[in-house]
Ligand binder design. Sequence first.
Ligand SMILES: [Zn+2]
Length: 380
Amino acid sequence: MSESQVIQLAKKLIEIDSITPNDKGCQILITDLLTQAGFQIEHKRFGKVDNLFAWHGSNDGKSLMFLGHTDVVPTGDENSWKYPPFSASIDDGYLYGRGAADMKSSVAAFTLAMIEFVKKKPNHLGKIALMLTSDDEGIALDGVKKMMPYITPKHAFDYCLVGEPSSSEQLGDVARIGRRGSLHVNISIHGKQGHVAYPENASNPIFLAAQFIDYLSSFKWDEGNEDFPPTSFQISALKTSSNTSNIIPADLYIQANFRFSPESNETSLKYQLQQLLDKYNLNYTLKWNLSGRPFHSRNKMLKNALADSIFDICHRNVMFNTAGGTSDGRFVAPHGVEVVELGVVNKTIHQIDEKVLITDVEKLQNIYYQIITTLLNRNT
Ligand SMILES: [Zn+2]
């Protein structure tokens, strides 16, 4: 059986070892296809990161932007893979390779859906656009975060469809209408250094902080809301200023992270944490780093178009949630854009033997195509 166009394109993308922040020509491949179809193209490189913006149409109607990334996470031990991670091998209906699910198959699917739409309706109203970066899986400073302020003076968007692999068990069972925020904090608890044999002359910051840490384990920062679970606070590392067995350390370092719902914000979380530290009479210093604010799409147009398309093509009702880590959608939503995320099944992402069901990629292209026609199809 001959391979569909979307699988051929996905394979070509997977064969490029574009480990973050390298694009290594993935975007050129996409550019060539979109240029041939009449799209206008803008490349923008920030630092080591390649970014691509492509569009077709004008500002005389609604505008939809697809958002994705061409970079992938490292492979891990290549010898553990069933097939070499950049070989794009096909076996038993699955396409294998790093990026097969996260998210080169989505990139192939929406690129071809856009081209198909423009071919059929060259004089469509509104604008269909695409933004790609090679810096989603890394620190994400030179990708969409910088592209949005660069692009938005010239282009406004109503809807943004992110191709992140949102599906859980089957294609289209889950889509995301928001993501939690992420706030890092390093807490230093100060005691007094001394000899372990003379505790009366020292003050052990570990004992000082013990009750505080215990209290944190069950503290409720907020209740969440109908689309978001309550804010969670997790400690990822504890260490002290000493690594010697006969010294009581001067300081205890706590590395922690909030995954927060829109019911909290940076200011409220900072205030609550300081209140708790004060409650336990701790002497402390804090270092904060906000990695992403939460976003929550309350508009309904894209959400409804997506649910209808999934129902028509996959015959199932999509569930919307806000689970998972952060995504580049966090940089788009603050511009007043309705952001929804839909992609293939995410079970194997970032793992050895990452794979995607071939028929899912083909269906995803159809879902994307139908969403475009629903939102922009008002003139031919
Ligand atoms: Zn991804």
